[in-house]
Write a protein that binds this ligand. Structure first.
Ligand code: ADP
Ligand code: MG
Length: 225
């Protein structure tokens, strides 16, 4: 019991420190990025412009990693409430719409009413964004993404996100959720780990159906509130 408490306390402290650390690192990165962008507008030789472009890309990569760590460190305690999953899904789709359009992905949604669960709304949003972002990124030449929310057996809420992307092999599916497992050049491999944790914290389960070069479907089933 004592060690569990100690672990919880340790995790809480790490969470807080991660937040402070990430913010402190982010500011100088943003300032550096701004100056590099200014430099890039001047009359520089192409080679030097290319170096600046690479530097900006690397800074964006670092920012992306910090963003994922910040989300991981966010405290989850206390703020649980009844969440209307349909509402929240609609909002998350709005948030990601521009990103989808920029990647030529069309989003089709089907949202049923009466899908309430008990949990932390911020975490739910984070989960939805994580899996929709992965679905979009799995379709480098665009495609369809289907997003649905419905009731099953009167006792559970089911969220599905389906894509027409590059899919995963059986082994790749098994690796999902391991920290830092990523096949992307600038991925962090934290999105799925956090997603599994979030659904578990809602008392739910996450299922993955995937076929290479056909697509992937992520299904979350969560008890209704
Ligand atoms: P990241 O997106 O930073 O790589 P994630 O934890 O979100 O990290 O995902 C881990 C890996 O799982 C991805 O790099 C990708 O290889 C695979 N993956 C996740 N979702 C999908 C999907 N919808 N289609 C294909 N591969 C996926
Ligand atoms: Mg991801």
């Amino acid at each position: 019991m004592r060690t569990e408490l100690q672990n919880a306390e340790r995790l809480r402290i790490i969470g807080n420190l991660t937040g402070v650390f990430a913010h402190e690192i982010r500011n100088p990165l943003q300032v550096t990025r701004g100056f590099l962008q200014l430099l890039n507008k001047t009359d520089l030789p192409d080679k030097e412009k290319r170096y600046i472009k690479l530097s900006i890309e690397e800074l964006d990569h670092a920012n992306h990693i910090i963003h994922d760590f910040l989300n991981m460190g966010k405290p989850t305690l206390d703020c649980s409430e009844d969440i209307d999953v349909g509402n929240q899904l609609g909002r998350a789709v709005n948030l990601i719409q521009n990103y989808a359009l920029s990647k030529n992905v069309i989003i089709q949604t089907s949202i049923d009413g009466g899908c309430s669960i008990y949990g932390n709304a911020q975490k739910m949003e984070q989960f939805l964004i994580n899996i929709m972002k992965n679905a979009i990124e799995s379709m480098p030449s665009g495609g369809m993404m289907w997003v649905t929310c419905s009731s099953v057996d009167d006792s559970k809420v089911e969220i599905r996100v389906k894509d027409q992307g590059n899919g995963m092999s059986k082994q790749e599916v098994e690796q999902l959720g391991s920290p830092y497992y990523s096949l992307k050049e600038s991925g962090t491999g934290l999105g799925m780990m956090v997603s599994f944790q979030i659904i578990r914290s809602f008392g739910g389960k996450l299922h993955v159906i995937s076929e290479q070069n056909v697509g992937t479907e992520i299904i979350a089933r969560i008890p209704k509130s």
